[in-house]
Write a protein that binds this ligand. Sequence first.
Ligand code: ADP
Length: 202
Amino acid sequence: MKSVGLTGGIGSGKSTIARLFEEHGVHWVDADDVAREVVEPGTSALKAIAEHFGHQILQDDGALDRAALRAVVFQDDHERRWLEKLLHPIIRDELIKQLQPEDYDLPYTLLVSPLLLETDQHTLVDRVVVVDIPIEEQIARATLRDNNTEEQVRRIIKAQMPRDQRLKKADHVIDNSVSLDDARATVSALHTQLVDELQRTK
Ligand code: ADP
């Protein structure tokens, strides 16, 4: 089974585009969801985190207190590296597992990740698709969706990979500055192309 990575900056339309691929039966995995799943109550990762950082890292209901964890690792590189060393292989294994569904007829699945190119997640995929919109449109959509200020969104964009760099790493680019119907047509054509390309290389 081949996998295709779908990435783009905040508010570029990754989730929206992923749902358009889903209309063609494409199975997709959201890397952010998986990163949350692996530290749910009852997981070995959460147990290790609680043992390492103490139980004050947990909420009353036993779930991970993300804000508390963020505060600790933000201040301490050593702790951040400890956490990454614990979680990265677990997330990677879970992504690999979820990208290989049973009883699946298409030649590829989709890995949707804002950090596809910034982490080693790109090594899990055979093609990179970048969802692209101009920065001003990105700011407009992200502020509208998340109730963020323009200032906050600009700061997040600055912390992400620059647009031109991301585009250079793309095998395919989806221009999502268009209407949803036009984006649907782009996805439809790209899906046909990917099925063809990835079937032939099977
Ligand atoms: P991401 O997952 O990359 O952060 P989303 O898919 O959540 O982005 O899209 C960001 C916002 O922009 C959402 O509110 C979404 O409904 C809107 N949006 C996405 N694509 C389009 C489009 N082609 N036209 C208009 N609005 C769009």
